[in-house]
Design a protein around this ligand. Structure first.
Ligand code: PLP
Length: 378
């Protein structure tokens, strides 16, 4: 598919050196004793799971956490050797293929322990998840002891770790909720440890938690967005220098034409005065991740100059006002994000221009456009 996408003159640039420097920055923040399980959900926030995992695996991550089994297997096939945790998304029927690829699924309930044990005829490392207040997968704190006991007594299941996930940083904050979730998790973990079970991996910190609650680093963390360069400026308990992995979004002019009152075509009502004298088109629209309802002052860069976008944009195409860029010609590069001459639109500028957050931009753009990787690790 990537080959066919490369026929289109629109693309995004993914900077793999940013993946590496973000991991290094987190490692120096946490020190050598804390394991980093890099979370690569949603095709690594739209940046492509295999190149990102490959770069990360050369930068000292201790393991990976994936949302689904298919991407985890693809990464194994691509040569990733680190431990891989698969978040809740698998059925016991995939137990033997998980074992074959050394993937560790997540179990939640006593019932699941029984089902997975019955599906196996070989050892399988698994994680137990504790649901400390998100009401998704995981054993509730009052059920986790029983589930851990059953895993300990099982023939084939080997407990690789216990983890949880808090819902504080996804727009669901309310006073005390995050702290209560953390307390419920660490309490349940302590109960399990009183059984004489010491889970090798103990983990509750995603991006926002690792920045805000240093006291729950435990012995492992599983941030995703932070390592992909999404910044969390609103949190200042811990500071870390993070670089965006999405480096640039580019297209090319596929048409340029002069316009005037004399064309024989009426000016459309959505053109604002003064009317443009020259327009260009780029093959990039809301189907590619551009927001359908964009703010009025949206612009792009061409030959180092700002050029306004003429709204509305369409599914695959948008108009650019080239009145002030006399030199603009078919084939010229158009920068939606990145550097052009002395001008620059960075991810934060784009978030403001598009009225979207960093994560949603990266996710929307990377899933749909051709991805050009820069600064590939050796
Ligand atoms: C998504 C997820 C993470 C990573 O979250 P970020 O906010 O991207 O750091 C960590 N753990 C679990 C269980 C998740 O589902």
């Amino acid at each position: 598919m990537d080959n066919l996408l490369s026929l289109r003159p629109s693309w995004c640039e993914i900077d793999l050196s940013a993946v590496q420097s973000n991991i290094q920055a987190l490692k120096s923040l946490l020190g050598p004793m804390i394991h980093i399980y890099m979370c690569l959900k949603s095709d690594a926030c739209g940046c492509g799971i295999i190149p990102v995992a490959t770069a990360a695996s050369k930068s000292g991550v201790d393991g990976f956490a994936f949302g689904n089994i298919d991407k985890a297997i693809e990464c194994r096939q691509a040569g990733i050797t680190q431990p891989i945790l698969v978040y809740p998304s698998c059925l016991p029927e995939s137990a033997s293929i998980l074992a074959e690829y050394r993937l560790m699924p997540t179990l939640s309930t006593a019932n699941e322990v029984t089902m997975w044990e019955a599906a196996l005829n070989q050892p399988l490392k698994i994680f137990l998840k504790i649901d400390s207040g998100s009401f998704r997968a995981g054993a509730f704190p009052n059920q986790s002891l029983a589930a851990a006991k059953m895993i300990k007594q099982s023939k084939w299941l080997q407990l690789a770790g216990v983890y949880g996930h808090t819902m504080g940083s996804y727009g669901f904050d309310s006073p005390g909720y995050e702290q209560e979730q953390l307390n419920a998790f660490t309490g349940a973990l302590a109960d399990i440890e009183t059984l004489g079970i010491k889970p090798p991996i103990r983990m509750i910190s995603s991006s926002a938690t690792v920045l805000k609650y240093p006291e729950v680093d435990l012995n492992s963390v599983d941030p995703g967005r932070l390592l992909m360069g999404i910044n969390f400026d609103a949190i200042d308990e811990r500071k870390i220098d993070i670089r965006p992995v999405l480096h640039a979004i580019k297209s090319k002019l596929i048409m340029v034409k002069d316009v005037s009152e004399e064309t024989g075509a009426p000016f459309p009502p959505f053109f604002k005065k003064p009317f443009p004298k020259k327009i260009g088109l780029i093959p990039f629209g809301w189907g590619d991740g551009y927001p359908i309802s964009s703010p009025q002052d949206t612009y792009v860069l061409i030959n180092g100059q700002k050029a306004p976008v003429i709204l509305p944009i369409h599914s695959e195409i948008m108009r650019i006002d080239l009145t002030n860029i006399k030199s603009a010609a078919i084939g010229d590069e158009v920068t939606l994000m990145g550097t052009s001459g002395n001008e620059r639109i960075d991810l934060s500028d784009l978030a403001r221009i598009w009225g979207m957050d960093h994560f949603s931009i990266q996710n929307a753009i990377g899933q749909k456009l051709q991805r050009v990787y820069i600064n590939m690790p050796k």
